[in-house]
Design a protein around this ligand. Structure first.
Ligand code: JDH
Length: 393
C-alpha cells in the first residue's frame, strides 16, 4: 500500500516511521510519502491560506497548492482521505474498507479547513472519503491522519502480529474489552483478581464476560441494550407472525439499500417488496424475527431446497443497519443453521457479488463461494457442507 500525506506540518507525521508502522515501512509492506504542501505554494510567501469568502472567523486553505500537488503526484484511482470535523465517523468497518485499497492520499487540513473545490476536484479522479475521528475539535487533520493510518495498516496482511488481531476481530460483538493484568501478582498492595490465578478457565471466562457487560453498561449506554440482550443469548428470537410483515418490510428496505449502493443497482427484488409480499414469503420460508426491547431488529428465513435434496437454504439474513457488527447476524445465522432438519448435508446462502462485507462474514462462518453466477443476477451462492454428512456433489 502506498500512503501519501499533504500537510504543512510534515513533522506531525514523523511518528509513522516509529514502532510498528515504521517496521511495516522498513519491510516494504507500506510506502510512506510525506509532502510539505508549501513546496507547491508558488508565491513569495509560500501562502497556503486565505480569508473565507462570505466572511466568518479564521482562514481557509487555498486550493492552488493542493491542485499542484495532485498534478505532480497523480491521484487517479487513489482513495483520498480527508480528516475533518464534519466527516462521517471513522470506524473499524471503514478501517477494514481502506485496508483493501492500493493507495491512500491524506489531505491534512489546518485553520478552518480546505476550500471545498479541492474535494470536488479530487472526486473527479479519485474516491474521496471525509472522515471524523470523533465529536471534539482538533487543530488540524494531521493527528487524525496518523490515527487512521495506524488503524488501517495494522489490518494489512503481513503486518507484524496481525494473525492475532484477525482472531480478535472475528470475536467482535460490540462489547467493550475486559481489564487485563500481568505480573507481579501484588503491586502496591493491589492484588490481581484471584479468579485469574485460579486456573479455572470457565470461571475466568465468566468473570471476563461479566466485566465486559459491566463496563459496556457503565461507559457506553448507547451499546447497552444490545449488550445486555446478547448476554446469555437473551435476544428474543421467535417465528415470524403475519403481523410482523410490516416491520420486516421496513427492515428489508433499510438493509437492501446498502446492498444496492454496494452493487450499483436498484434492481433488487427485496427493495420493492411490500408487506403483503413479505407475508407471502412467511408461508414459503420458515422465518424467525429477533426483537430487542420490543423493536424488531433482525430476521432470517430458511427452508429445505425444493430442488436439491439435503440442501438447507438460508434466505435474507437481516440486521437493522444501526445495530450491525454486534453479533446479532452471527447469532441469527447460527439459529437458522441449527433449525436445519436431520439429513441436511449442505447449507446454502446467497449474496451480492460485490457485497464484500457479507462475503467476508459468510466466509468466516465457514461458507465457500461456488464458482460462477449465483441463483439471481449479480449474486453468488455460498455453501457449507455439514460435518459428518456425505457431501452433495
Ligand atoms: C481536520 C482543520 C481545525 C477547527 C470549525 C468545527 C465548530 C474547523 N475529529 C476531529 N476533530 N477535529 C478534526 C479536524 C480539525 C481540523 C481539520 C480535522 C482541519 N481543523 C478546525 C475548527 C473548525 N469548527 C467544529 N464546530 C463544532 C466549528 C476546523 C477532526 C478529524 N478528523
Amino acid at each position: 500500500m502506498r500512503l501519501d500525506y499533504l500537510t504543512i506540518f510534515p513533522e506531525f507525521l514523523a511518528p509513522l516511521r516509529q514502532s510498528l508502522t515504521g517496521k511495516a515501512a522498513d519491510k516494504g509492506l507500506i510506502e510512506l510519502h510525506v509532502h510539505d504542501l508549501r513546496e507547491w505554494a508558488n508565491d513569495r510567501h509560500r501562502t497556503v491560506d486565505d480569508a473565507p469568502f462570505g466572511g466568518g472567523a479564521g482562514m481557509v486553505m487555498t486550493p492552488e497548492p493542493f491542485g499542484e500537488a495532485f498534478d505532480a503526484l497523480g491521484i487517479d484511482g487513489a482513495t483520498v482521505v480527508v480528516p475533518t470535523p464534519s466527516g462521517a465517523p471513522f470506524s473499524q468497518a471503514l478501517a477494514r474498507e481502506l485496508a483493501t485499497r492500493e493507495r491512500l492520499v491524506f489531505l491534512c487540513g489546518r485553520y478552518e479547513g480546505i476550500d471545498q473545490r479541492v474535494l470536488d476536484h479530487a472526486a473527479t479522479r479519485a474516491e474521496v472519503v471525509e472522515v471524523s475521528l470523533g465529536d471534539y475539535v482538533l487543530n488540524g487533520g494531521d493527528v487524525a491522519a496518523v490515527a487512521i493510518t495506524e488503524a488501517v495498516v495494522r489490518l494489512l496482511p503481513g503486518f507484524v502480529g496481525n494473525a492475532e488481531s484477525l482472531v480478535e476481530e472475528s470475536h467482535e460483538d460490540g462489547l467493550l474489552e475486559y481489564p487485563v493484568y500481568t505480573k507481579p501478582p501484588v503491586w502496591r498492595d493491589r492484588a490481581v483478581p484471584p479468579v485469574l490465578l485460579s486456573g479455572d478457565h470457565a470461571a475466568i471466562a465468566a468473570w471476563r464476560h461479566a466485566q465486559r457487560l459491566a463496563r459496556t453498561a457503565e461507559r457506553r449506554p448507547d451499546l447497552r441494550h444490545v449488550a445486555a440482550a446478547l448476554d446469555a443469548g437473551d435476544l428474543d428470537v421467535r417465528p415470524a407472525q403475519p403481523a410482523d410483515a410490516e416491520e420486516v418490510a421496513v427492515l428489508q428496505r433499510a438493509c437492501w439499500l446498502s446492498e444496492a449502493v454496494a452493487n450499483s443497482t436498484l434492481d433488487i427484488p427485496a427493495l420493492s417488496e411490500d408487506a403483503d409480499e413479505v407475508r407471502r414469503g412467511f408461508a414459503q420460508w420458515q422465518t424467525w424475527v429477533v426483537r430487542s426491547g420490543g423493536r424488531l431488529v433482525g430476521s432470517v428465513p430458511a427452508r429445505a431446497s425444493p430442488e436439491i435434496p439435503g440442501q438447507w437454504e438460508i434466505g435474507r439474513l437481516m440486521v437493522a443497519p444501526d445495530l450491525q457488527g454486534r453479533g446479532i447476524g452471527r447469532a441469527l445465522l447460527a439459529y437458522a443453521e441449527a433449525a436445519a432438519p436431520a439429513g441436511t448435508r449442505r447449507l446454502w446462502i446467497n449474496t451480492g457479488t460485490r457485497s464484500a462485507a457479507n462475503l467476508r462474514r459468510y466466509r468466516r462462518a465457514g461458507y465457500r463461494a461456488r464458482p460462477g453466477e449465483g441463483r439471481f443476477a449479480g449474486t453468488v451462492d455460498l455453501v457449507k457442507d455439514v460435518p459428518g454428512a456425505d457431501a452433495i456433489s
